[in-house]
Design a binder for this molecule. Structure first.
Ligand code: NDP
Length: 282
């Protein structure tokens, strides 16, 4: 039952109409019995800070943040988790009891949970290729390194961004004993990878990713952070390149990153398998 005192949450972005976060958080709330309101809010491109202040004054208890406001969300925070700082972006915000704005980034945790728990694919010791060096890939690199693959290569269309992302994570990789490097050309990739993750938005902009067929191991995993029909070009490539490989779109990651945010706000972790099936069916 929604009353005026029911805690208010939101996802803020531009655009935002496509967001599935309100449906996911409503499903978590129904499952766990947590009372909340969760709405999608369109902020003007130059008005994220103002929108956040207005919503806070109206009683907002926490929010998710999506494109293009994740870096700005981090900059506005009084307290930021280490992984949000490393990512240079935040997707989850809330306020401490004394009113300070905290920021976290749950994208990478969501991706990792989807790979290791939902797909049952352990990353420790594997050869991993990450395509893309935008906000989503930045948010995921730290948690992917924490899973200790033997080697993680990052390829990006603009290679300077891949180098920048790699250099920002160099000391973490060294501490964890992971071989981390930027890959200049996909055609010259050194051997096949156990896991290939597509963190580019190429398909959303009708762009084509030219991927050679020899990238993916026969029993590997191909995961597209994009979900729904837009994941078809990458997952079709994977089916051609390695017919026996497992293929996943980004819906599992989306539900899992939402569950991490839900847990931070409400102290309870929902059963994501049930909600993922529900979202898939919808
Ligand atoms: P950004 O805009 O920050 O980055 C886009 C990335 O895609 C860059 O690396 C860019 O390369 C690359 N790219 C864009 N077009 C092409 C192309 N035609 N060929 C090759 N590379 C291209 O977006 P995000 O990183 O935030 O998001 C990336 C994708 O991940 C989106 O599709 C988004 O929907 C998805 N996502 C999914 C989530 C989930 O929970 N499932 C969570 C967050 C994001 P360059 O630097 O050269 O421009």
């Amino acid at each position: 039952m929604i009353s005026t005192s029911t805690p208010r949450f939101a996802v803020i972005g531009h655009p935002i109409a496509h967001s599935r976060s309100p449906a996911i958080h409503a499903a978590f709330a129904a499952q766990t019995g947590v009372a909340l309101q969760y709405e999608a809010v369109l902020a003007p491109l130059e008005g994220f800070g103002e929108t956040l202040r207005t919503l806070r004054d109206a009683g907002l208890a926490g929010c998710n943040v999506t494109l293009p406001f994740k870096p700005e969300a981090l900059n506005l925070a009084d307290l930021a988790s280490e992984r949000a700082q490393l990512a240079g972006a935040a997707n989850t915000l809330g306020w401490t009891s004394d009113g300070r704005l905290w920021a976290d980034n749950t994208d990478g945790l969501g991706l990792l949970r989807d790979i290791e728990h939902n797909a049952g694919c352990k990353l420790a010791g594997c050869q991993l290729l990450l395509l893309g060096a935008g906000g989503a890939s930045s948010g995921c690199l730290g948690p992917l390194l924490e899973a200790r693959p033997a080697r993680l290569l990052v390829w990006n269309r603009s290679s300077s961004k891949a180098h920048e992302l790699v250099s920002r994570h160099e000391s973490l990789a060294a501490r964890l004993g992971v071989q981390l490097a930027a890959l200049e050309h996909l055609q010259g990739a050194p051997g096949r990878f156990d896991v290939v993750i597509n963190g580019t938005s190429a398909a959303l902009h009708s762009g084509r990713l030219e991927l050679p067929e020899g990238l993916l191991n026969a029993d590997g995993l191909a995961l597209d952070m994009v979900y729904g029909p837009a994941s078809a070009p990458f997952l079709d490539w994977a089916a051609r390149a390695a017919p026996g490989a497992r293929r996943r779109d980004g819906l599992g990651m989306l539900v899992e990153q939402a569950a991490e945010a839900f847990q931070r706000w409400h102290g309870v972790r929902p059963d994501t398998a049930a909600v993922l099936s529900q979202m898939r069916a919808a």
